[in-house]
Design a protein around this ligand. Structure first.
Ligand SMILES: [Zn+2]
Length: 534
């Protein structure tokens, strides 16, 4: 292992060192955050660097989806951070896939990694050693998982576990989670209502009014509860059939990561089928704070798209306006405030545009922008260059696979010799896919601000249609446009490549994008259109 001298350190860089600390949910035998930070600060002081502390409490090292880690990567890319310190390698990662993603990032940005009391140089030898460490760390997680699975199986065989699948799920013959389609629709409605600003209490009332059954209603018998708010702690027995949707139940549903496909059991994450997209789950949860004061059936209007909307006709902002009777619930051009300035563009229904934007984000419609911009990429657009490079490598790797398969078929190589080659191809595929995933997701943190740059709205009076155009941060010359009629029925959507305008030829490339979901779900934005079970 090659170790840099301290002298090199003190004079080579002026940027800050990140002290990255992590502790998982199962805290036994782990060095505390405080102890990790203390050691990191001592180290930073010893090499004379300013430091910034990153803490991921309760997150697993087998995933890159850790808030502080994601922040750290973005700080590295923004050149705020030049060095990263960790207590030991397992703080950073417990999985080879995660390791490859992180160290690729570090290499690209010339980030220097320090472990405990020395910087390391990621030469080939060290990398080999770290790969082994990573496999060992990963095995530790696998072993723990195995132990728990065994314990659960024994309990199940003894009939001790009577755990009921959470609302939205059922279990199949092997006790595995499967999605309960009807309940999944209710879950989706809860998320959608919450995102549109309805508080958890009001959501409960809406479901109760509709006669939607709770998880308890399906069971027979009674339930005895204690009123913890009452000093006498009186016991209350109610018929399970009479239990209504409470604010607490709704909140638990919104906050439960199981609905984005992650079941957390004893601090370990298990994959289960997802009901909502993880990005959407995150958006809904980060919006929860806004709903905190919404009680009863009162709806607080926090306009989600505030600051993102531009009038295509007069270039002024669109702003949200809601009248008391909720009938006039629209984003409108701010020119309407002054009669003599009025541009005559039309307002657009707020839930409609909010939901369309969620659809745009959650169904990754913006990826069409990345894909369709690929043949006109600018060298400066690193993200797209990297993505294309990775995609080409994937194609190349896949063709290697089919060559080997052919070679085996033709008797040129023995299956045993092909085995190692296949393993390399498989692990390369895994690496490439994880890098692509990382570029598309973790790095870009799918929040509005990170993806959407601007939304242009125009009601075209000649053709009687709405044109809603999304501009993203991926490429400012490639737009995504939806066309709806004045009753918000979907007509078509396309990607426009505007790149050529710069070179004097106004020649728009328009690529139609199929949107079967929008075509078949008229009024898809109305959250009250819940289907009842047959
Ligand atoms: Zn206007």
């Amino acid at each position: 292992m090659l170790v840099y001298t301290m002298w090199f350190y003190i004079f080579a860089k002026k940027n800050m060192i990140a002290i990255y600390t992590r502790i998982s949910k199962d805290r036994k035998k782990q060095v505390s955050i405080e102890a990790q930070s203390k050691k990191g600060m001592e180290y930073a002081n010893s090499i004379g660097k300013d430091y910034k502390i990153y803490i991921d409490k309760g997150y697993s090292g087998t995933t890159v989806k850790r808030p502080s880690l994601i922040k750290l990567i973005s700080d590295i890319e923004n050149k705020i951070i030049s060095d990263v310190w960790i207590y030991d390698q397992s703080r950073l990662e417990r999985n080879i896939e995660v390791k490859i993603v992180l160290f690729t990032k570090f290499k690209l940005n010339n980030t220097i990694v320090h472990i405990f009391n020395a910087p390391i140089n990621i030469d080939i030898q060290t990398e080999g050693l770290m790969n082994i460490m990573s496999i060992v760390n990963g095995m530790f997680v696998d072993l723990t998982k195995e132990k728990i699975v065994n314990a659960l199986q024994i309990n199940a065989e003894n009939g001790k576990v009577h755990s009921v699948a959470p609302y939205g799920f059922s279990s199949d013959k092997n006790n595995k989670y499967i999605v309960n389609e009807y309940e999944a629709e209710i879950i989706k409605e809860i998320y959608s209502l919450s995102l549109s600003g309805v508080g958890s209490g009001a959501i409960g009332e809406i479901l109760t009014k509709k006669g939607v059954l709770t998880a308890y209603n399906k069971l027979s018998g009674t339930l005895t509860t204690t009123n913890r708010n009452n000093v006498l702690k009186p016991l209350k027995t109610i018929n399970k059939k009479d239990i209504k949707w409470s604010s607490t139940t709704i909140l638990h549903i919104i906050k439960n990561p199981i609905y984005k496909g992650i079941r957390v059991f004893k601090g370990i994450e298990y994959n289960v089928p997802k009901i909502v997209e993880p990005d959407y789950w995150n958006v809904v949860n980060s919006n929860l704070q806004n709903n905190r004061n919404n009680s009863g059936s009162k709806v607080k209007h926090n306009y989600k798209l505030k600051g993102f909307l531009t009038c295509s006709i007069c270039s002024r902002n669109y702003y949200g306006r809601t009248r008391l009777n909720l009938k006039d619930n629209a984003y409108i051009c701010s020119s309407k405030r002054h009669k003599h300035l009025e541009c005559n563009n039309r307002g657009i229904n707020i839930p409609f545009l909010d939901n369309l934007t969620d659809y745009f984000l959650n169904n990754k419609q913006y990826e069409h922008i990345i894909n369709n911009a690929s043949y006109l990429i600018k060298k400066t657009d690193d993200k797209i260059v990297q993505l294309n490079d990775l995609k080409n490598k994937l194609i190349e790797n896949e063709s290697k696979r089919s060559n080997i398969v052919d070679a085996i078929g033709d008797g040129i190589i023995k299956p045993n010799d092909a085995k190692i080659k296949m393993e390399i191809i498989n692990s390369t595929e895994m690496e490439l896919n994880s890098q692509i995933k990382f570029l598309l997701n973790a790095e870009n943190k799918s929040t509005y601000k990170n993806i959407i740059n601007n939304i242009r709205i125009e009601f075209n009076k000649d053709s009687n249609v709405y044109c809603i155009t999304y501009l993203t941060n991926y490429n400012d010359k490639v737009f995504f446009t939806y066309i709806f009629d004045k009753s918000y029925n979907f007509l078509e959507s396309y990607v426009t490549n505007n790149e050529k305008i710069e070179y004097g030829t106004i020649n728009l490339d328009m690529i139609l994008i199929e949107n079967d979901y929008l075509k078949n779900n008229k009024n898809f934005y109305k959250s009250s259109s819940l289907k009842q079970p047959i």
